[in-house]
Design a protein around this ligand. Structure first.
Ligand SMILES: [Zn+2]
Length: 97
């Protein structure tokens, strides 16, 4: 029993070695102007927002669904210096979880 537990620990150490971790980290988006790599904001232009409501018996309304359609461009900006980082937008979208 003790031997099996030691073997498992050894396996974990191999998996977590720095050289293996490095391979799984994706390149971060960094603002070329100010070096910010933390705060970003996205601007969508020409957006149509359609919202459905249900009217309740007492005359109040409850939100049912929210549907927004973006017709125009979507731009990505640095949250520190407002530099246009739209060339990274596709990558940005892939990395939102
Ligand atoms: Zn910046």
């Amino acid at each position: 029993m003790e031997f099996i537990s030691t073997a498992t620990e050894k396996d974990n150490k191999i998996k977590l070695s720095p050289s293996n971790i490095k391979k799984t980290i994706t390149q971060r988006i960094i603002c070329a102007r100010c070096g910010n790599d933390t705060v970003f904001f996205e601007v969508a232009r020409d957006v149509t927002i359609t919202t459905f409501y249900i009217q309740n018996n007492d005359g109040s309304f409850s939100l049912k669904t929210d549907d927004s359609k973006i017709i125009g461009d979507i731009n990505l900006y640095c949250g520190e210096c407002n530099e246009d980082l739209s060339k990274f937008h596709n990558k940005f979208v892939e990395m939102i979880f």
